[in-house]
Design a protein around this ligand. Structure first.
Ligand code: 48H
Length: 263
C-alpha cells in the first residue's frame, strides 16, 4: 500500500503529537536547562533510572559548545578519568597517549543525545528558560519557558510554566538560571564562596577540571548547577576544549538529583 499524502493530515499529526508529548512534560521529576554535554549526560543517567526528565534547549541544535569542538576544529579531548562516560554511549576515541583521548565532536554530541533519548529523556529544542517558578518558601519548583525565537526577536509574548521537583542549570558559561534567581528572588543566597555568582575565571585547565565535579551541588533550593555553569557560579577557571569535566559534572548532577528526589 502506498501512502496517500495529504498536507493537512501532516499538519494534524505534527501538532497533535507535539501537544501530547508536551502536555506529558508539564509535570517533571527533573527539568534540565541546556543540552550541552553536562545537561545531556545528567538527563541520560536520570532517565535511565526511570525518572521523568526533559531537557529544554534554546537553540535549534543540541550539543552546546561541544558541537563546534575547539575553535571549530570538530574534535574534543577527554582525559582518562572521564572517558568511560562518553564511551558508555558509544563515542569512539583515539588514544593519543599520556591519558589523552580524542573524539569527533559531532559523533560525541549525536551519541550523547541519541542515547539520552533512548533512555527516555525528551529533548525540546528552540525553547528557552526565561524565568523560574517558586513556591511559598522561595524554593524553585519549575521553569518558565518561551520560544528561543521569541527571545531573540524580543517579542512581547507571555511564557508557559513547567513544574519540576528538581531543576538543573546546565546553561554553560552564562549560568543563566542562577542569574535569573540572583536577579529576581529577593535575598537569594547561593551555595558559593560569596553567596552570589562569583563569575568564571581565566583559563587554567588542570584546576578547572579538578574542581568541576565537587562544585556540582544544589546551589539554590531546588536547583543543581552542572558543567561550565558550576565553575562560573563559584569563581573557578575555564578549561578550553577538554570535556572530561563536563561529563563528570553531568554524572555528579544526576547523583545529586537522585538524592533530592529520594528525600
Ligand atoms: C535554554 C539555554 C539557556 C536558556 C543557555 O555551553 P554548553 O555546552 O554547557 P556545558 O556546561 O554542558 O559544556 C560547556 C562546554 O561546552 C564549554 O563551553 C567548555 C568546556 N568551555 C571551556 C572554555 O574554556 O570555553 O551548553 C549549554 C546549553 C547551550 O546549548 C545553550 O544554548 C543552552 O545551554 N542554554 N537553553 N534556556 N536560558 N541558556
Amino acid at each position: 500500500m502506498s501512502t496517500n499524502i495529504d498536507e493537512t493530515r501532516i499538519t494534524r499529526l505534527i501538532v497533535s503529537s507535539f501537544a501530547q508529548d508536551f502536555l506529558a512534560d508539564v509535570e517533571l521529576d527533573v527539568a534540565v536547562v541546556g543540552a550541552g554535554p553536562a545537561g545531556l549526560t545528567a538527563a541520560r543517567l536520570l532517565a535511565a533510572e526511570g525518572h521523568k526528565v526533559a531537557v529544554f534547549e534554546r537553540e535549534l541544535h543540541v550539543g552546546g559548545g561541544m558541537w563546534g569542538g575547539g575553535m571549530l576544529f570538530p574534535r574534543i579531548v577527554v582525559q582518562e578519568e572521564a572517558k568511560a562516560i562518553p564511551e558508555a554511549v558509544g563515542v569512539t576515541f583515539e588514544d593519543a597517549g599520556d591519558g589523552y583521548y580524542v573524539a569527533d565532536s559531532v559523533e560525541a554530541v549525536s551519541k550523547c543525545a541519541s542515547v539520552a533519548i533512548d533512555a527516555g529523556a525528551r529533548i525540546w529544542i528552540g525553547m528557552a528558560v526565561e524565568d523560574v517558578m517558586i513556591d511559598e518558601q522561595q524554593r524553585v519548583c519549575g521553569v518558565v519557558l518561551n520560544w528561543g525565537a521569541v527571545q531573540q526577536a524580543q517579542l512581547h509574548v507571555d511564557p508557559l510554566a513547567i513544574r519540576a521537583q528538581v531543576v538543573i542549570d546546565a546553561t554553560g558559561h552564562d549560568c543563566e538560571v542562577l542569574r535569573i534567581i540572583e536577579r529576581k528572588i529577593v535575598g537569594a543566597r547561593l551555595e558559593t564562596p560569596t553567596g552570589r555568582i562569583v563569575g568564571e575565571r581565566s583559563m587554567h585547565a588542570a584546576s578547572a577540571e579538578a574542581t568541576i565535579a565537587e562544585l556540582t551541588v544544589e546551589v539554590y533550593p531546588g536547583v543543581i548547577v552542572t558543567g561550565m555553569a558550576a565553575n562560573a557560579v563559584s569563581g573557578a577557571p575555564r578549561m578550553g576544549p577538554i570535556f572530561g569535566g563536563m561529563f563528570l559534572s553531568g554524572q555528579r548532577a544526576a547523583q545529586v538529583a537522585e538524592q533530592m528526589l529520594g528525600q
